[in-house]
Design a protein around this ligand. Sequence first.
Ligand SMILES: O=C(C1CCC1)N1C[C@@H]2C[C@H]3C[C@@H](O)[C@@H](O)[C@]2(C1)O3
Length: 130
Amino acid sequence: EEQEEATWRELRLFLRDVTNRLSLDKRFKAFTKPVDLEEVEDYAEVIKEPMDLATVLSKIDRHQYGTAREFLYDVDLIWKNCLEYNPDRDPSDRQIRHRACALKDTVHAIIKHELDEDFEKICEEIKEFQ
Ligand SMILES: O=C(C1CCC1)N1C[C@@H]2C[C@H]3C[C@@H](O)[C@@H](O)[C@]2(C1)O3
């Protein structure tokens, strides 16, 4: 009802702010757009669920996230996909994996410090009650 819509609107405002802050961070530039499946021809065979920050922003605007947990699932996909597709010892793989780990650690720290636990609990209860 109206209260639920107000809760979801506040969640979307928060998640957009977090996503925009991540997208502005130079370390995370490689994660801001989908991997080009024409440039990287085996990517879709290796990575079953591609994800990136532009897609996350689009999902926020299409009301695909009712809780911060669902948002974190997708940002964690960006990190996991990167580790799976870039596993080698060479410096470029190591650099992009380090950046992927920084992305994961940063978003979890932001959520821990900036999202009220009771607000997330309300989001989870609205979802469960639905
Ligand atoms: O995994 C990724 C992105 C980095 C985080 C997401 N890619 C797969 C390719 C391997 C590596 C080097 C280039 O071939 C470039 O195309 C990609 C893009 O980086």
